[in-house]
Every structure is written in structure tokens, then in C-alpha cells.
Design a protein around this ligand. Structure first.
Ligand SMILES: [Fe+2]
Length: 312
């Protein structure tokens, strides 16, 4: 190979070699502060509910291993994620239906919205799940769900699947028997955070998350490695404005109001999911008292020293 003699010759050599000059990039690799690629958005439970019911009429759990509706961030080219690192979905299971056992490297959790009588089996331990409960299915734990009651059961799923996509670490496996065989029924289990305990935790808490809520209570021990869960109670009126590199998904458990995210107003009510992507300045403005579950990828940012937060 001859040595290029001019810049034009040098650049024409780059393409065939699959290299790029750091001074001659097509796209920048570094920038002064976080880009705002994902957009804020609110998915309304009232809109999703009838669509999920229709899916319940038209799609059986035999056909759909999980009858869920994932919330896809409405940005150009996005195939799946709700925010960069996480995905949220509404799921419905009808009486008598079973969502078969599988396991995967993504971590998952669910927040029950409506309907009693469903249960979940995680690594052979079966527990009931009822509205307000939060259940964890950590990385590679077998999990199956069943509606043993008489009401349609609705919940929200949150997973770190986009993080697993990014790191190319996806493994997924269906249980060879469809369901785990040796199952133990328990009143409760460490992976089940009960609504009554969350209320008691909020009542006892003095942590206001820098004024972003009246009280917050972390659902932890066990905790997922990639997503942290805060139950938050908010008083009426505006919170301070927060800006953080961490992404957040807020699920409204009680109350109604609006959030102002980068100057835009997003109304919300019970069962809605609010996506607050990285570095979007936001505040909440509940009309009355409200309770939300904040699901955030903050542990990733803390672990690697990438967390930056401001409150104003
Ligand atoms: Fe799953």
C-alpha cells in the first residue's frame, strides 16, 4: 500500500478501511451536555383500557404469551423503548387465563392497577397480587402469571429491556414444561411489595426527595440492579423543578394533576404513565393529594458516576 500524499487521498482511504478521523467525523461523539433524544409523553389508562379489552376479546394468552401493550416513545426511528433504558407496558389477564413461565436477562416489575384474584409465580413461589402491589421479577427468574379470580386483571409492567438491548446481553427462555412444576403457595414473599406496606412506609417517611414529593418510600431489599422504585405521595400544588440525567417513568396510583416538562403541560390521572427522559426539566402539579410509583434507572447512573441532578 502506498502512503497517501494529500488529505483527499487520506480521506478516500478511510472508507475502505472502516476507520474515521477523530477530527473528521460525520457525527459528533462528544457534546457539552446530554442530548434530549427521547421526548416526554403521557399514556392515559382511560385510552388504553378499551383497547386492551378489545385485545382480550381478539387475542388469547395461548396466542400471546403476554397480552400487553408496550408504550413506545414517539420519536423517529424508535422501535420499542419508552425511555432510553426502560420500557413500560399495560397488561391484562382475563379470568382463567395463564401467562406461561419464562425467564430472561431483563429485570422486570409490575404494578397492579385493577382486578383481584391474580397471582404470580416467581422461581417456584406463588403469591397473590392485588391493586397497588408491586412485584419484582429479577434477571433470569422464572415467572408466570395466572388469573384465578373472576375479574379482568390489569397491571403495568416495567422492564430494563432497552438497556439489555444496548449491552447485547439478551437471553430468553420459555419454561420447558410451560409452567414450573413444584410450586409453593405463600402469603407473601420478598419480591412482593404490598400496597398496605407502601402506605405505612409513606406515613412514616420524612424523605421529601428534595421537595419533589411530600414523602417517599423506597421499595428495596430485594432491589433490582438497574431500576429503583420509589413510592411517592404528593401534596397539591407545584413541586420544585428537577433536572436529572436519570430517566424516570411515573405511574399514577392515586390522584390527578399535570406535569410540566420542558415547559409543556402533560395532564395525568390514575393509571397513567408519565415518561420523563434524561435531562428534561420537570415538575409535578397535583390537583389534590396523589400517589405515584417512580421507576428510575438512577442506580446505573450512580454506579458509573453519571448522575447529575439539579433542583430549582
Ligand atoms: Fe417476562
Amino acid at each position: 500500500m502506498t502512503k497517501p500524499q494529500t488529505l483527499d487521498e487520506l480521506y478516500s482511504r478511510f472508507d475502505g478501511m472502516h476507520v474515521e478521523g477523530g477530527w473528521h467525523r460525520r457525527f459528533p461523539a462528544l457534546w457539552p451536555e446530554p442530548e434530549k433524544n427521547f421526548v416526554p409523553y403521557v399514556w392515559h389508562y382511560a385510552d388504553v383500557h378499551p383497547v386492551l379489552d378489545a385485545a382480550g376479546d381478539l387475542i388469547s394468552t395461548e396466542f400471546a404469551e403476554r397480552r400487553n401493550l408496550t408504550m413506545r416513545n414517539p420519536i423517529e426511528g424508535n422501535k420499542y423503548a419508552t425511555v432510553r433504558t426502560m420500557v413500560a407496558a399495560y397488561q391484562m389477564v382475563k379470568p382463567g387465563e395463564i401467562a406461561k413461565a419464562h425467564r430472561h436477562t431483563p429485570n422486570a416489575l409490575r404494578l397492579i392497577l385493577d382486578g383481584r384474584g391474580a397471582n404470580t409465580t416467581v422461581n417456584g413461589k406463588r403469591v397473590d397480587m392485588n391493586p397497588g402491589d408491586v412485584m419484582l421479577t429479577p434477571n433470569w427468574a422464572w415467572h408466570a402469571h395466572e388469573n384465578a379470580g373472576t375479574e379482568d386483571c390489569y397491571w403495568l409492567d416495567f422492564l430494563d429491556v432497552p438497556t439489555v438491548h444496548l449491552t447485547e446481553s439478551m437471553f430468553y427462555e420459555r419454561h420447558p414444561d410451560g409452567l414450573e412444576r413444584d410450586v409453593e403457595d405463600l402469603e407473601t414473599a420478598p419480591i412482593a411489595f404490598r400496597w398496605a406496606d407502601s402506605v405505612a412506609g409513606l406515613d412514616a417517611s420524612t424523605d421529601t426527595a428534595n421537595g419533589m414529593c411530600a414523602a417517599q418510600f423506597e421499595l428495596g431489599d430485594p432491589a433490582l440492579e438497574t431500576m429503583r422504585l420509589y413510592m411517592q405521595r404528593l401534596n397539591p400544588g407545584p413541586t420544585p423543578t428537577m433536572q436529572t440525567t436519570a430517566n424516570s417513568l411515573y405511574a399514577v396510583i392515586e390522584g390527578e394533576g399535570q406535569s410540566v416538562i420542558d415547559g409543556e403541560v402533560y395532564p395525568w390521572a390514575r393509571g397513567d404513565v408519565i415518561a420523563v427522559p434524561s435531562w428534561r426539566a420537570f415538575r409535578h402539579e397535583p390537583k389534590g393529594s396523589a400517589v405515584m410509583l417512580r421507576v428510575t434507572d438512577k442506580p446505573i447512573f450512580e454506579k458509573f458516576g453519571w448522575l447529575r441532578e439539579t433542583f430549582a
